[in-house]
Design a protein around this ligand. Structure first.
Ligand SMILES: *Cc1c(COP(=O)(O)O)cnc(C)c1O
Length: 349
């Protein structure tokens, strides 16, 4: 990469191996179902999460939106975490395109909704109320430092969903980060949900794409919805070729990203003027805060890092920052960032 980019794992370029595979990929028209590389990726994706079928989509947002549209009808309600990606960062698609009413519930420090609150949130069958149809969950949980939520939570949600005949969809944009951190197969998590979306384009380093998985009937329906959203792609095998490498070769190495994130957090904790909780870092994200009255203002900091070392960090809001590790972040990049921050923040005003 041309810079050391900690802003997100989405910035990760395809690996050299991916570029080779893309160049020689076998392709066809995927809207006709004739792209063998896409078909192979969809089957592999479904297998990884223990579902019958998969659908290659352009983004995690599209996968989640298709799932919501397939699981609901106009005017239905979806229970969702108040700081989940689907609720806060997908441009309100469930409302604008699905006419679905979100019912946001608070989440705890790990990104979990309270089970009793979820159950209470399910509307009774009464003409006053919207028809509650869907529960949306997320893992790893982006707004909670990428916390990997263990399977029990999803088993509990399954129980509630069964009791009230609701569908359960998992936004697993970083599902494999969660699985690797928990040291379990992803299917231990996904076996509890009806459908799941996961991203190839984040820590798994593919340039584009996500996979939506579920049973055959669901994916049949999802395929039509994808077309209606303009998501029917043609020789998409060029992209799918990279995704196959993501699933075959890039999952286990996520451990390295997690180790580096932990090292970064522990190093940050040693620097005066930085607030961080290394014990909360379980996957590839480090959230930290620069205290007021440090030698360099939070605004100056991101600029100086860019100018001095071509290091980019994520500015969240005010003095809150995020650093995310991925394939293109090496041990030396962690050391360099720590050294620079230490120098900058300990110099006198
Ligand atoms: C990135 C992300 C998405 C959406 O993925 P895009 O491919 O960027 O649309 C959904 N959920 C979570 C938790 C994410 O981090």
């Amino acid at each position: 990469m041309d810079r050391i980019d900690f802003r997100s794992d989405t910035v990760s370029w395809p690996t050299p191996h991916m570029r080779e595979a893309m160049a020689i990929a076998n392709v066809g028209d995927d809207v006709y179902g004739e792209d063998v590389t896409v078909n192979q990726l969809e089957a592999l994706g479904a297998e990884k999460v223990g579902k019958e079928a998969g659908l290659f989509v352009s983004s995690g947002t599209m996968g989640n939106l298709i799932a919501i549209l397939a699981h609901t009808s106009r005017g239905d309600e979806a229970i969702v975490g108040h700081d989940s990606h689907t609720y806060r960062a997908e441009a309100g698609g469930m409302a604008t395109l699905g006419s679905v009413m979100p019912k946001p519930l608070p989440t705890d420090q790990f990104g979990q909704m309270d089970l009793e609150m979820v159950e209470t949130a399910v509307n009774p069958d009464n003409p006053h109320y919207a028809n509650t149809k869907l529960i949306l969950v997320e893992n790893s949980y982006g707004m909670k430092q990428g916390y990997p939520i263990p399977p029990t939570y999803f088993a509990n949600m399954r129980h509630i969903a069964n009791k009230h005949q609701l569908n359960l969809h998992l936004d697993g944009a970083r599902l494999f980060n969660a699985a690797v951190a928990l040291n379990i197969p992803a299917s231990d998590i996904t076996k509890h949900v009806d459908t799941v979306t996961f991203c190839l384009s984040k820590g798994l380093s593919a340039p584009v794409g996500s996979i939506l998985c579920g049973n055959q009937d669901f994916i049949h329906k999802a395929r039509r919805i994808r077309k209606s959203l303009g998501g029917g792609m043609r020789q998409a095998g060029i992209l799918a070729a990279a995704g196959i490498i993501s699933l075959n070769q890039m999952i286990e190495r996520l451990e390295d990203d997690h180790r580096r994130a932990k090292t970064l957090a522990e190093g940050l904790a040693q620097i005066p003027g930085i607030k961080v909780a290394p014990e909360t870092v379980k996957t590839n994200m480090v959230f930290f805060e620069i205290e007021e009255n440090t030698a360099v203002s939070p605004q100056e900091l991101t600029e100086i890092l860019k100018q001095k070392a071509n290091i980019w960090i994520g500015s969240m809001y005010g003095n809150h920052f995020r650093a995310v590790t991925h394939y293109w972040i090496q041990d030396t990049d962690i050391t360099n960032l720590l050294t620079l921050l230490s120098e900058l923040l300990t110099q006198t005003k």
